[in-house]
Write a new protein. Structure first.
Length: 193
């Protein structure tokens, strides 16, 4: 028998996949019940409203992103050359594109849909890439105005990732050396600026 916590995680992970595959409009309680072959009303037992379900999706993406980032151990170092930092970050981004593609797509769909939501949009916007961590990196590298450089770097990272799963470079498969090199090239350019 599945625990309540496990069932909630399964529902949220399935909701993320559903958004990534079919768009946000496809996310309904009934669709999740059907997808998981649950009795009607099961999803609404755990998440009374669509808003509660979306909040759980935002929390899952955020929590998973923080755990993945911590596991990557991308600690800034003043001794690290920009090329080394770019390669480490590129390898991490490539893993995101490989292992969490659905999270990336769902996050972008929700970012647009929740643009005017003063609570969820900021949480989601800061859920994947940390301006504070990027600032620490630029501070360690001795950059002038590390805050502005960090904000610009996060914008570059956001754009590079979007380009890979929905833009001009969707044909470049993640999980390959070419994928990491392409991302590292973009990041190195910005880190060296």
């Amino acid at each position: 028998m599945m625990s309540t916590g496990d069932r909630r995680v399964l529902l949220v992970d399935t909701a993320i996949e559903l958004i990534a595959t079919n768009g946000l409009r496809a996310l309904t309680h009934r669709a999740l019940d059907t997808e998981l072959a649950l009795p009607p009303g099961s999803t609404s037992y755990y998440f009374r409203t669509k808003r509660a379900l979306i909040e759980a999706v935002v929390d899952r993406i955020t929590d998973r992103s923080r755990a993945d980032f911590a596991a990557a151990a991308l600690a800034p170092s003043s001794a690290a050359a920009p090329e080394s930092a770019a390669e480490a970050i590129a390898a991490w981004l490539d893993r995101l594109l490989t292992d969490r593609r659905a999270h990336l797509i769902a996050r972008h769909a929700l970012l647009v849909d929740l643009l005017d939501d003063r609570d969820l949009h900021p949480r989601l916007a800061h859920s994947l890439f940390s301006v504070d961590r990027a600032r620490d990196l630029f501070h360690a590298m001795g950059a002038s105005d590390p805050r502005t450089r960090a904000e610009d770097f996060v914008a570059v990272v956001e754009g590079a990732v979007f380009d890979r799963f929905a833009g001009n470079r969707t044909a470049l498969r993640p999980g390959t050396p070419e994928s990491v090199r392409q991302l590292a090239r973009i990041l190195t350019t910005h880190l060296n600026a």
